[in-house]
Write a protein that binds this ligand. Structure first.
Ligand code: AMP
Length: 215
């Protein structure tokens, strides 16, 4: 089961990808989380990616493609839910080539769509757990104890790239570079549209219904 979720920042890709991956019993591969961990650890990839991530720009394609190629080559990656990769058509073509070579093509690309005003609201109230990456929202899904993760007790953080100016820039980057993927996957017959508005459970069930016949 190989799925990919596309959507603007704040659409809920991370939250929904975790749910979907759990239900399918496959790994959740979130390039944003993997990059933030690499930056925190100071690995070579982290050092190369840092300035791009902090500005809200895309990390260069060659770095991302090499990184994901070695990750999905691992034995646990017969199935996966990809979240945040690909983000450009160049990345999408490279992914297709990798998966075709392995005889394991994508089953669907899910486009999670949310109106722009709602995205800004979600991103500016977002808090994330640096340990397990769970997302909270100050108003709509706060933790039980202020600023503390319900699952592991870590102190919640505001992502550096969730500052208002960077959020606006990430939306511009999405429209300029990533939204092109919608046409790419439509042409490939893989695209599934899902409206990302409503509760986490509602969106999950909508998503499941939209992909069920492809599983
Ligand atoms: P995300 O957590 O998915 O919003 O990703 C956070 C940041 O990581 C993005 O704004 C980019 O700087 C970087 N990033 C994540 N995935 C990719 C990718 N596939 N290509 C380029 N940059 C990426």
């Amino acid at each position: 089961m190989r799925l990919q979720i596309i959507g603007p920042p704040g659409a809920g890709k991370g939250t929904q990808a975790v749910r979907l991956a759990e239900r399918l019993g496959v790994p959740h591969l979130a390039t944003g989380n993997l990059l933030r961990a690499a930056i925190a650890e100071g690995t070579e990839l982290g050092l190369q990616a840092r300035e791009f991530v902090e500005r809200g720009d895309l990390v260069p394609d060659d770095l991302m493609i090499a990184f994901i190629a070695q990750r999905i080559d691992r034995p646990d990656c017969n199935g996966f839910v990809l979240d945040g990769f690909p983000r450009t058509v160049v990345q999408a073509k490279a992914l297709d080539d990798m998966l075709e070579e392995a005889g394991r093509p994508l089953v669907a690309a899910i486009h999670l769509d949310v109106p722009e005003g709602e995205l800004l609201r979600r991103l500016t109230g977002r808090r994330t757990c640096p340990t397990c990456h769970r997302s909270y929202h100050l108003e709509s899904s706060p933790p039980d104890v202020d600023e503390v993760c319900d699952d592991d007790g870590s102190r919640l953080e505001i992502r550096a790239d969730d500052e208002p100016d960077t959020v606006k820039h990430r939306l511009v980057v999405y429209r300029a570079e990533t939204s092109e993927l919608i046409g790419y996957y439509e042409d490939a017959g893989l695209l599934v549209h899902v409206l990302g508005v409503g509760s986490v459970d509602e969106v999950h069930e909508r998503m499941w219904a939209a992909i069920e016949d492809r599983l």
